[in-house]
Ligand binder design. Structure first.
Ligand code: ADP
Ligand code: MG
Length: 393
């Protein structure tokens, strides 16, 4: 889904307040009725709120939904993107937005820059984009949270990813530096690199292979298993080095952590073996590099673990709780080998079955005309908008 920032220019202060009100109302209403939007936004009645609602619906930030009892609105991914982007902008994490560089099944990746022009990556989690099908089958679980479920799960994915990256980066693991998270988004260091998948040959495959296995083992020693350690999630930096074979040194950087699990997970050994096997298989296939000896083995890896330095325990204590991890895991399961060999994130219901469409009711565009004179030129930072627009978004 394209992050279309074109409408940023036209949003007034009241529009933003109404957008936030719809977001807030979505937390416990499947459809947020207009009087509630009005109440949360703290705006006076009359045509004002209706005009704001119409503005937002027209540019697709909220959508009108009809059900048997009443008409209401729900936030769209576009609306959530705007809210997150605006928060990152206000806290000076993002200054400008550049090209989209990745479209995952469950995320969109954009280049952005900080106020000091440091290149950064904005990852927007889009859980349920492909198969936002869980909701019907999980009525009990998601009662009162149906509209918000995809937002909630995407937010959990972002929070989890940021939490893990933070401790991993601090502990010297080769991961991008995490900068911030908000709602369903993570801002992180941009790694000037190619995914391993795009690299045809490496001067010394044995060295890179050993480094990757060492990362898997070192993670397990700190209580973690990546869970989707494949050639798309390993970025390779090429660093000029006269001493290295071929004149370049390759440095792997690992990304993509929403499916990371603790070594205490019931299926930990399976996940560990799968990560290791994935690297092994890829090196055989792509670089014709074969290692005869079996392993590394989970049991050996965790022997070296220091119970005092477990990062899984630290993350749990820091806010991404076990309960949250379970909620996320209940819906997200990584099925390796899907697509073009990439681990595929599949949203499943409790029985592991994909289920059909989530939203009931019909979604309508509200295309009432808006009087342009009513717009508040002070509502947004026009320069920021210029930059966003000029940067091809
Ligand atoms: P997904 O969950 O959709 O697989 P990823 O985090 O793996 O998302 O990112 C998808 C792609 O975007 C990666 O394969 C990589 O090409 C690019 N990418 C993601 N994060 C970064 C980053 N920090 N620096 C450079 N490229 C990145
Ligand atoms: Mg990935």
């Amino acid at each position: 889904m394209k992050l279309d920032t074109g409408a940023l220019r036209y949003l007034t202060t009241e529009d933003w307040r109404v957008l936030q009100a719809v977001e807030q109302g979505s937390k416990n209403h499947d459809l947020v009725p207009t009087p509630l939007i009005q109440q949360i936004a703290g705006l006076r009645g009359g045509s004002g709120v209706h005009r704001n609602i119409s503005n937002l619906a027209k540019v697709g930030l909220i959508a009108k939904v009809k059900n048997a009892k009443y008409d209401g609105y729900r936030l769209t991914y576009g609306g959530l993107d705007y809210l997150a982007l605006n928060t990152h902008r206000k806290s000076s994490h993002i200054y400008s937005l550049g090209n989209q560089i990745g479209v995952g099944k469950e995320s969109d990746i954009y280049i952005t820059a900080s106020p000091s022009n440091r290149p950064l990556v904005l990852k927007l989690h889009r859980l349920g984009r492909i198969s936002f099908r869980t909701v019907k089958a999980n009525r009990d679980y998601l009662r009162n949270r149906q509209t918000g479920s995809w937002m909630y799960l995407s937010r959990l994915a972002a929070q989890k990813e940021h939490a893990f990256m933070k401790v991993l980066y601090r502990e010297g693991f080769p991961v991008p530096e995490p900068v911030a998270w908000n709602r369903h988004t993570v801002v992180m260091e941009f790694i000037d690199s190619f995914p391993l998948r795009q690299i045809d040959s490496v001067p010394d495959p044995g060295k890179l292979y050993a480094e990757l296995m060492e990362i898997i083992v070192r993670l397990a020693q700190r209580g973690l298993i990546h869970g989707d350690f494949n050639e798309f999630n390993i970025l390779v930096k090429e660093i000029p080095d006269a001493k290295a074979e071929g004149g370049v040194r390759l440095e792997p950087i690992v990304i993509d952590f929403p499916q990371t699990v603790s070594t205490n997970h019931v299926n930990a050994e399976m996940y560990f073996d799968r990560d290791a096997a994935c690297v092994k298989r890829y090196f055989e296939r792509r670089f014709k590099f074969t290692v005869e000896e079996p392993g590394p083995f989970f049991k050996d890896a965790i022997k070296g673990a220091d119970p005092e330095r477990r990062l899984d325990v630290e993350v749990e204590a820091s806010g991404f709780s076990r309960k949250m991890a379970k909620e996320l895991e209940r819906f997200v399961e990584v099925v390796p080998g899907g697509g073009e060999g990439e681990g595929e994130v599949e949203v499943v219901d409790e029985d592991g079955q994909g289920v059909d469409d989530a939203h009931e009711g019909e979604v309508e565009d509200d295309d009432e005309e808006v009087d342009e004179d009513e717009q508040d030129p002070q509502a947004n930072d026009p320069e920021m908008i210029e930059r966003l627009e000029s940067l091809n978004v």
